[in-house]
Design a protein around this ligand. Structure first.
Ligand code: ZN
Length: 281
């Protein structure tokens, strides 16, 4: 190779991996957290040809939080690949509000890692056109991925609840005071991919207010892993007690948002601490 021909890549061409921590707010429904590959062809280049569920696209949505970040970040850093590690995830139709959800974006094989991260963040947010907002990126060590994967946090949810009838005022007042344990058998909608078992979770109602046309506005704080949609509906008796049981009329979650993830640095209502597990004797 001639010395006089300019190399299109930076000198050295060494590649490096890095981990960027932030929190995202998701302000558009229908946006998944990570790439939503077609369940049939899994996005495989060959198998997706003529695939019916995805129409050959390989994915079931055009975008995700991961892609809105990666499509600006990866070319700027001249990186091979990006991996998204969220501290849990919300359903595709659920907004992520408050201070947002912590995540780490892992950049694999970056040739140009030393960029202005704040300028990049502002560009990502501007191009996302209101779908997401991000807190400033912080470079962290790989160990932070395990921290966010293994640490669980209580959450505040806000829901619009559709009801099948008229609620007696005394039952509404009692449901508004609910705080305690619930038992949830694995919901029917996830039973195909999760073990079928009973889980005990803590939940406290913060607010339950009549809204438009008989609907109710609900706010709850609950333990990690609580299935809030099923707590509202009762999931045909698989969650007990449920809002349906407390109110004595059928309830359905029409709209759901995560209002806050109560990480240690965020102020908000707390559930009673779980007693430490007894050492085995
Ligand atoms: Zn497909």
């Amino acid at each position: 190779m001639s010395d006089t021909v300019p190399n299109p890549l930076p000198p050295g061409g060494a590649r490096t991996n890095l981990w960027l921590e932030s929190r995202y707010r998701k302000l558009r429904r229908g946006l998944p957290q990570t790439i939503f590959y077609c369940p049939k062809c899994k996005g495989d280049r060959r198998r997706r040809q003529g695939c019916e569920p995805c129409g050959g696209f390989g994915k079931l949505t055009r975008e995700s939080v991961q892609e809105l970040i990666g499509r600006r970040l990866l070319p700027t850093m001249q990186a091979k690949e990006g991996r998204f590690h969220g501290a849990g995830r919300e359903d595709i139709d659920v907004l992520m509000l408050g201070h947002g959800r912590p995540f780490i974006y892992e950049v694999v094989g970056a040739r140009n890692p030393d960029i202005d991260l704040e300028a990049l963040r502002l560009e990502i947010v501007a191009r996302a056109e209101g779908a997401i907002e991000l807190q400033p990126f912080v470079r962290v060590s790989k160990q932070r991925v395990a921290y966010w994967k293994e640490t669980h946090f209580d959450k505040i949810y806000r829901a619009e609840v559709a009801i099948d009838g008229v609620v007696a005022p005394e039952r509404l007042a009692a449901a508004r005071e609910f705080a305690g344990k619930i038992v949830q058998r694995t919901p029917q909608r996830v039973a195909h991919r999760r073990a079928d078992l009973d889980r005990e979770r803590s939940l406290r109602v913060l607010d339950l207010t009549p809204g438009n046309e008989g609907a109710l506005t609900l706010r709850v704080v609950c333990q990690h892993g609580t299935y809030v949609k099923e707590w509202i509906s009762g999931d045909e008796g698989r969650t007990e007690p449920s809002l349906t049981a407390l109110l004595g009329v059928g309830c359905r979650c029409a709209v759901l948002d995560v209002e806050e993830i109560l990480t240690d640095d965020i102020e908000g209502p707390r559930l009673p601490k779980e007693p430490a597990p007894k050492p085995e004797s």
